[in-house]
Design a protein around this ligand. Structure first.
Ligand code: SAH
Ligand code: SF4
Ligand code: F3S
Length: 483
């Protein structure tokens, strides 16, 4: 039986990681990836429910498959992930030809369900328990973390990998569907995380990005011993071959001093914190049930800057949340100006059925107002990005080279060899420079000569090699790119 797999993924890093795991487990069963959905024997969508737009995208993709599935009923179509958990009945109703529905806490069942679907079993589903359907321990057990052995060929970069340290979320921000679909917060055992990181290092991975919905709330208790993120970072820091450690996404209230000191003291930890503020208005923060005030956030930011002076801080904002007045919004603008974030992800509020926000408040900000506020906040943030980037001109930064830049990939297809490579600084800024593929996976000094709001442009430093110095290859093998 032919085994061609097509998979499309939307959503956050957690979903990227889930897809990597699903693909790896299917490869073990002999599946090969294809980019051609019409040539696939199995078509999977790994879905997101965080905003309506993410769901619409998947329904459109499913709609485009309808004819093909009618003509080729043997093609297996599966819907995985957060939307599967949230909307199983609706999916079967809107796309009755879907063969399997698998929630994010049941992904380990995917290969088996596919096998059964190919044997003719129809309309299967594997879902976790809802948050009010059973006692907590039972719900927790129904959300299983899916972290099988890592397959290096499955990552978009062989040098970087996400490592899950936590599943679920217990914060219940009123706008957010994640706690319903991803279940209760649960930390993974530190020993498992360490073992996985060692495997990744042996596979040539240089950078590890620890992921959790509120990653800095991480806690694992066993035999009376409790492990926090700061301690986990100390453990992972000793893994040979790993050069950089990052963690996303942080919750403002859980940014404890021990964590900040760990980042400052451990050279492999990136001085980078993605810690969403969401709104600059106390009234809106309270409606969102974020659990902090603007002043609390300011204090947290002050501690970050005191303990980790070089830190870059990134944020998320929601504009047009229920009841957001122009004055509330202007407070978000003021906070973006005050906090000088490295970057901010800005989202228009999208009401999610099943959240407290949908139940309690009217989605009363018109779409065009949301759109205007989104553009305005983005413009303010972009101006700050450019100003912050100007400070890098003439400076030399250490860049972990990830691969060809996106534009270089496009050009390469059009007119010949690659020239532009892209990577990131320790504090997560994107750097593009002239180079070649052999530099990927290495950390190189790059001097910055130009900047846009989201990218620094530079040249690899070559002049450090005086004749009196031994020729130290900048870890790029002989015939390196600088020549
Ligand atoms: N766990 C992370 C990210 C959650 S989802 C955290 O807590 O920071 C990523 C972002 O999507 C959130 O930070 C928020 O800004 C946005 N978001 C979540 N629900 C949303 C909704 N209903 N409408 C618009 N944006 C939303
Ligand atoms: Fe959603 Fe809030 Fe949890 Fe983040 S902390 S995943 S925004 S409920
Ligand atoms: Fe979306 Fe689920 Fe992530 S809802 S943002 S894919 S946790």
């Amino acid at each position: 039986m032919s085994k061609r797999l097509y998979i499309e993924t939307v959503g956050c890093q957690m979903n990227m990681l889930d897809s990597e795991m699903v693909v790896a487990s299917l490869r073990k069963k002999g599946y090969e990836l294809t980019n051609d959905v019409l040539a696939a024997d199995v078509v999977l969508f790994n879905t997101c429910s965080v905003r309506q737009h993410a769901e619409d995208k998947i329904y459109s993709a499913l709609g485009r498959l309808r004819r093909h599935k009618e003509e080729h009923p043997e093609t297996v179509v599966g819907v995985l992930g957060c939307m599967a958990q949230k909307d199983q009945a609706i999916i079967f109703e809107r796309a009755p030809y879907v063969d399997l529905i698998v929630g994010p806490g049941q992904l380990q069942q995917t290969p088996e369900l596919i096998e059964q679907a190919r044997a003719g079993v129809q309309r299967q589903s594997a879902l976790s328990l809802g948050r009010r359907e059973a006692p907590l321990e039972q719900i927790k057990r129904s959300h299983e973390t899916f972290d099988p052995l890592r397959d290096p060929t499955m990552r978009s970069s062989p040098y970087q990998a996400y490592v899950r340290i936590q599943i679920g979320c217990d914060k219940f921000c009123t706008y957010c569907i994640v706690p319903s679909v991803r279940g209760p917060e649960q930390g993974r055992p530190p020993a498992d995380i360490l073992a996985e990181t060692r495997v990744l290092a042996e596979q040539g991975c240089v950078e590890i990005i620890l992921v959790g919905q509120t990653v800095n709330s991480y806690r694992y208790v066993e035999g009376g011993k409790s492990t926090r993120l700061s301690e986990l970072l100390h453990m992972l820091h000793d893994v040979e071959g790993i050069e950089r450690l990052k963690f996303v996404t942080n919750y403002p209230n859980d940014m404890t001093d021990d964590l900040l000191h760990a980042v400052q003291d451990l050279p492999k930890c990136s001085p980078y914190f993605h810690v969403p503020l969401q709104s600059g208005s106390d009234r809106i923060l309270q409606r969102m049930k974020r659990g902090y005030t603007v002043d609390d956030y300011r204090n947290m930011l002050r501690r970050i800057r005191e303990i980790v002076p070089d830190a870059a801080v990134a944020s998320d904002f929601i504009v047009g949340f229920c009841g957001e007045t122009e004055e509330d919004f202007q407070q978000s603008v003021a906070l973006v100006e005050e906090c000088r974030f490295k970057n901010s992800f800005i989202f228009k509020y999208s009401e999610r059925t099943g959240t407290k926000g949908a139940e309690l408040f009217a989605d009363d900000v018109p779409y065009d107002v949301k759109q205007r506020r989104n553009n305005e906040l983005l413009a303010v943030q972009n101006k700050i990005c450019i100003e912050e980037h100007q400070a890098f001109l003439g400076r030399t930064v250490e860049v972990l080279v990830e691969g060809p830049s996106k534009t270089a990939v496009k050009q390469a297809k059009a007119d010949g060899p690659l020239s532009q490579m892209a990577g990131r600084t320790h504090c997560d800024r994107i750097v593009v420079f002239d180079g070649n593929l052999r530099q990927a996976g290495h950390i190189l000094p790059v001097t910055i000569y130009d900047a846009s709001s989201h990218t620094l442009f530079g040249s690899v430093v070559t002049e450090h090699r005086g004749p009196e110095q031994p020729l130290i290859e900048l870890s790029i093998g002989s015939g390196g790119a600088q020549k």
